[in-house]
Design a protein around this ligand. Structure first.
Ligand SMILES: *[C@@H]1O[C@H](CO)[C@@H](O)[C@H](O)[C@H]1NC(C)=O
Length: 169
């Protein structure tokens, strides 16, 4: 096959794949990653990690502004924020291993894109002595940049929606 034919074939496969998934709002492909969105049920952070792995995926990582945009684009495609004004989803970032040292459980990388909301992470002890060691991404409509798909540490035992992803090879 010529290079052009190969490129064309890849495009056809991509379009067919996307078309086949049309209508399933829990699944989408954006910029190299495939996503799964638990739009109808919530789990604690540990259970969310397990469920993603059981699907052959990983709990979300958002390691740079491009990955944040890809998540927003994917969530837009699900229509979720047309019917909800608020969103909180677990990501894989946590400081369970060492307080204050957030790492992505999905990749093992230290968190370097610090898209925290103002005054976060605060390891708030209000919810109990365990504090807050797991990070969620939050969007609250009409509250400006501070709640615009920003990060917040929450108690890992809290039940939240979550996103799974595949990681590019
Ligand atoms: C929220 O983020 C989106 C996507 O990055 C951006 O287009 C928008 O301007 C932001 N809104 C605010 C209020 O910061």
């Amino acid at each position: 096959m010529t290079h052009l034919q190969t490129v064309f074939l890849c495009l056809v496969i991509m379009v067919v794949k996307l078309y086949a998934q049309n209508g399933d709002t829990t699944f989408g492909i954006f910029r190299q990653k495939e996503y799964y969105f638990s739009n109808s049920f919530v789990l604690n952070w540990f259970k969310a990690v397990e469920l993603c792995r059981a699907r052959g995926m990983f709990l979300l990582s958002v390691r740079n502004p491009e990955e944040r945009e890809a998540v927003i684009e994917y969530l837009d495609s699900t229509g979720y924020l047309k019917t909800h004004t608020k969103l909180m989803v677990w990501m894989s970032a946590n400081d369970l291993g060492e307080e204050g040292e957030f790492h992505w459980a999905s990749t093992g990388e230290r968190m370097s894109y610090l898209n925290w909301r103002e005054n976060e992470p605060n390891n708030d002890m209000a919810g109990g002595t365990a504090g807050e060691d797991c990070a969620a991404m939050e969007y609250f409509e009409g509250t400006g940049a501070n709640y615009n798909f920003t990060f917040n540490d929450r108690p890992c035992t809290e039940n939240l929606l979550f996103l799974c992803e595949t990681l590019p090879a």
